[in-house]
Design a protein around this ligand. Structure first.
Ligand SMILES: Nc1ncnc2c1ncn2[C@@H]1O[C@H](COP(=O)(O)OP(=O)(O)O)[C@@H](O)[C@H]1O
Ligand SMILES: [Mg+2]
Length: 390
């Protein structure tokens, strides 16, 4: 079920400004916009199933406040965030009593509205269960060095560039290195920190423990030392994934090659498991075994897909031979581009940004486009709103 958000402001200019002040939202959000005041706000809440209303009402009279109070008490499911100009303590007190959950004032910091909405979205997700369920994609190398971490981390950049909210979880608990691929800074916190305080886990806590290499892209790093891996239990992963799947559009898993309880629990949750191979015998040999194990775990044959990385047409072993050996289709082919890829990894940069024309970057963009087909939503909240009426 999608989340219904109402935006309301006194004029179309103010509505645009309101919209621009808010963060981008993922697919599972329906946004309605209205021009008007307290009366229109009340009518819209009474008429539509509004989950969260964000309203700008420069002044609110006593009568209007009473109307809002009556409306909210008859629709307790609706959360109201109010941007207004009255900062008197009497008004703020009355507004809170009227059931308005957040008030943003003209002298609040510029991101106050966005933060208020994020808070209420989190609250809403916690109260009413996941508003959406992220598509979950795992990457596993058939053999070390296949490119699982590079492909997972850079697909994350590519999806975030298409305005999706993306979480990448590094599940190589002992020797995870995904953080290096997305930043030149060390991760200050990691999955072991989340595990240690698992009772505090909610979307905000998870995000506070993640790296933020690009807008909309959050990365949960692996423990900084292999011995900390034991802190992370299968149950920890289960809970982190539940929170992440409710919050993001995509959850990417960089999975090690150890098939232990933790990994299997994560793979159970995945919609797709990409087995990353290259066109040499050891990869094929290991991939065949790995696919066998995954199918043996009961995963659908369609859930397990093969990515052929660093493929050059002149390679001795061709695609059809690979497919014959594995008994599986090569879903995706990624070319080889040593210098650009190495540079992006060494500097913790998105290959798409650093070398957008590079053939590997193009392949990644194409995959991202398949996963997130509609055009990037740069216009944000008003997409479709004025588009359909103007
Ligand atoms: N498409 C590619 N073209 C060129 N080099 C690549 C490509 N994909 C991966 N690499 C190289 O392979 C190395 C290993 O990749 P990595 O993602 O760490 O593998 P894995 O996580 O499977 O062990 C990287 O350091 C990178 O230099
Ligand atoms: Mg790796």
């Amino acid at each position: 079920m999608s989340l219904r958000i109402l935006l309301l402001a006194p004029s179309s200019d103010r509505l645009s400004a309101l919209s621009n002040a808010l963060p981008q939202r993922g697919e599972a959000t329906q946004i309605a916009s209205r021009i008007g005041g307290a009366a229109e706000l009340s009518a819209a809440i009474l008429r539509d199933e509004v989950d969260i209303a964000v309203a700008e009402l420069p002044v609110v009279s006593d009568t209007e406040l009473s109307l809002i109070e009556a409306t909210l008490s008859s629709h307790p499911r609706t959360t109201l965030i109010l941007a207004c100009g009255d900062s008197s303590s009497e008004f703020l007190l009355r507004a809170m009593r009227a059931g308005i959950r957040e008030i943003v004032l003209p002298n609040s910091p510029p991101d106050a509205l966005a933060k208020a909405l994020e808070r209420q979205l989190d609250r809403h997700a916690a109260v009413s269960g996941p508003a959406r369920k992220a598509r979950t994609i795992a990457f596993m190398s058939a053999k070390g060095g296949g490119g699982a971490t590079f492909l997972a981390t850079n697909l994350g950049f590519a999806l975030a560039a298409r305005n999706r909210k993306v979480a990448l979880l590094d599940l190589n608990l002992q020797f995870g290195d995904a953080s290096l691929f997305v930043s030149d800074q060390r991760a200050s916190r990691n999955i072991a920190d989340v595990a240690r305080e698992i009772d505090r886990l909610d979307p905000a806590f998870l995000e506070a423990n993640m790296m933020h290499p690009q807008a909309g892209y959050c990365v949960l790093a692996a423990p900084e030392a292999p011995e900390r891996a034991v802190d992370v239990k299968a149950e920890t992963i289960e809970r982190i994934m539940a929170v992440a799947r409710a919050r993001y559009d995509f959850v990417l898993l960089d999975v090690g090659r150890v098939l232990d309880k933790v990994t299997v629990r994560a793979l159970d949750e995945a919609d797709t498991i990409y087995v990353v191979i290259q066109s040499t015998l050891p990869y094929l040999h290991n991939a065949k075994r790995l696919i066998g194990v995954l199918v043996g775990l009961g995963y659908d044959r369609d859930k397990v897909k093969v990515i052929l990385n660093r493929y050059v047409k002149s390679d001795e072993i061709g695609v059809s031979e690979i497919e014959k050996t594995l008994g599986a289709k090569v879903e995706v082919q990624i070319p080889n581009s040593y210098a650009a890829v190495a540079y992006s990894i060494n500097h913790g940069l998105s290959l798409l940004k650093h070398a957008p024309r590079d053939p590997v970057a193009r392949s990644l963009s194409e995959i991202a486009m398949d996963f997130a087909p509609d055009a990037p939503r740069r216009t944000g909240w008003l997409r479709g709103v004025f588009g359909s009426s103007a």
